[in-house]
Ligand binder design. Sequence first.
Ligand code: FAD
Ligand code: UDP
Length: 745
Amino acid sequence: MKRFAKGRRVILWEEAIPTDHDKAYYEIHVFADDKVRSIRPRIPRDWSAQQSEQAQAGMLDDLLALQGGPKPVLWFYTPMMWPIGAHVAADAVVYDCMDELSHFKFAPPELREREAALLKAADVVFTGGYSIYEAKRLQHDNIHPFPSSVDGAHFAQARKGLPTPADMAGIPGPRFGFYGVIDERIDLTLIDHVAAARPDWQIVMVGPLSKIGPEDLPRRPNIHYPGGKSYAELPAYLSSWDVALMPFAINEATRFISPTKTPEYLAAGRPVVSTPIRDVVRHYGNLEGVKIADTPEAFLQACDAALALSKAPQAWRPEVDRMLADLSWDSTFKRMDRLVAEAVQMRRSRRAPDRFAAPGIRRGGSRPYDVVIAGAGFAGAIMAERLAEGSGKRVLVVDKRPHVAGNAYDLHDKAGVLIHQYGPHIFHTNSEQVVDYLSRFTAWRPYEHRVLAQVDGKLLPMPINRTTLNGLYNLNLQSDEDAAAFLAAQAEPVEKIETSRDVVVNAVGSHLYETFFQGYTRKQWGLDPSELDKSVTSRVPTRTSLDDRYFTDTFQAMPKEGFTRMFERMLDHPNIDLALGADYHDLKPSDLAPLTVYTGPIDHFFDYRFGPLPYRSLQFRHETLDQRRFQEVAVVNYPAEEVPYTRITEYKYLTGQVHDQTSITYEYPSAVGDPYYPIPRPENQILFKKYEALAQQRDDVIFLGRLGTYRYYNMDQVVGQALATYRRLAERMTVQTGAASTAAE
Ligand code: FAD
Ligand code: UDP
């Protein structure tokens, strides 16, 4: 807060202090060495909690009115303060969650409710460690772990040797010290055990008592309780100790703690002995200078080892110092400050649902057209842009739908959450050319897609990887080789791999096939995998590594402001007219042009002359939920045949949007509806070839895209196809124009 106070006015609202007056008031406390001010509310002793909160809410309003200036950023260290500030019109709300307070002794029952309300309102959440981040991760969409920082220079004074504090002077060595609040988180039995086992060791417990009384403390001649000390005094105490202790009890209250004293002890150059607190083990457990002990006996041995270390600090301190170098308060402050600034920005730019112009024809008056394009998806829009910008052609783009972007269309729904109307579209490619081209119309937000499959009541990574195997079969495969050997034992070799069943069974055997592929594919395609071309399930690899990304392409990112915005920029050209909500087949003769680019279904263009080409469709159920997070990753697949949908998508993972609600989509495969997927099977290819032969006889039409060329293409492949098609066409046009001008001469 000292650091924040350099750029803003910082007012700290302390917990109320009872008073014997009959009116509530507040005192202003000024800290000598920085600009932070604190407010100390004084509340009549006999007032209820509710009266106290009401009075404080009123005081806060008065204070803000007096201060004037812009709206405040509200920063909460405890949800218990939420009722005091909830009503304030803030620029942003920060919840700095330092502990799982609800697990603490005597936690008030309303704490959980208040935390839920605060999490809903907060624009950004910080957690005071990694374990607590993991525990809260699914409750917020803009949550960031901040394991303890340390004021290195302050504690490093201890290494130089400071004068021994008066109350330590009479205590002989060796000294084992702890500082911190002494409450139910401290393993007092352990302290007693150590003191009893080693009467020649001195144990010093610095800190105030909380929630426990002096009568609860173990008493022995070699246990000392000097009481609480100020932050400024701590280095001197550390300097007088040989070993620093973290004798935490392993219980509910300590499950998520990330003790700041760990790096402080280390900065002071003391070896540390700790019980197995998760975040201590995780971040410091493999340092030579930190000993972790999970039984009283092991704790004694660890203290012996640490005492030995204290005599040869040069052996282990360099490693500690390398680690501490990254933990400065300055860098923590910089990251937090940036996140707060972003939160303020997000609140200011919060947007309402999109309102697209009513379906109709938007005309720029560039008729007669050189080219008319059916479809404003990737294929159509790119052709339009290239022909207009690259070749100066006058282009009309027609789409049946009242919007651009085809199946990649995204929009802000009623709640203001950016969703994909036609199911999740994740951009990934290995083609630099494709990225370069699209980057003319959009900036990007890096995003790596992850999918979990719900099987046997577990959520496991898809594509199958080592984690999937370990999770499904309760195995402990440690290496790629282990996993490869396991899969080889499962695999059922298929001599000639032709179908989507063959590919999978050949690689991973029937059980994994049935678990992850059979039901999903039957639902998705309405066909058994044995009836589908091998190319379909070949899209999903099997891995022996821990890589849990859905794609491994070199470029994985989402258009920063969404697909629709990218398309709008692509099509915003004086030579391009847009006719949305209009069917190509209903065009007036005046709208026609010598050349058509057709990106709708090819069989429809030819009036289904040889019968309809099979397509698979989907029905989407979009929902907005009154919570910030719904599931652990963007997409969860449901391979079980009994579940009617194939997957659920939560869009905020794709878009990075922060919003107090979240929108999700269920996908129900369907035989009827818009044609989304060409169905890859040999007989369908044969039928398509007949249409393709008709197409080849037509100089006046080019067929393009997923529907026009009946190919199960990803977006980047359609982009590549359109760019290549334009290049060929442009050459042809140059030759023609060249020929025409020669004739005119
Ligand atoms: P479309 O986007 O289908 O555009 C064709 C347009 O033509 C449509 O807007 C249609 O309304 C219009 N049209 C058709 N007939 C007519 C007519 N007679 N008159 C006027 N207009 C007409 N790809 C990825 O790379 N990553 C993904 O994660 C991904 N996820 C997908 C998820 C789903 C559910 C689906 C269905 C597809 C997904 N794809 C994904 C594929 C992606 O949608 C396509 O590759 C891409 O949209 C194809 O572009 P297109 O221009 O060929 O076709
Ligand atoms: N698939 C499956 N189980 C899954 C994921 C995919 O059986 O959990 C099969 C299914 O047949 C699917 C195909 O693999 O249609 C290709 O999956 P992909 O995610 O590439 O399909 P997309 O949704 O991108 O078209």
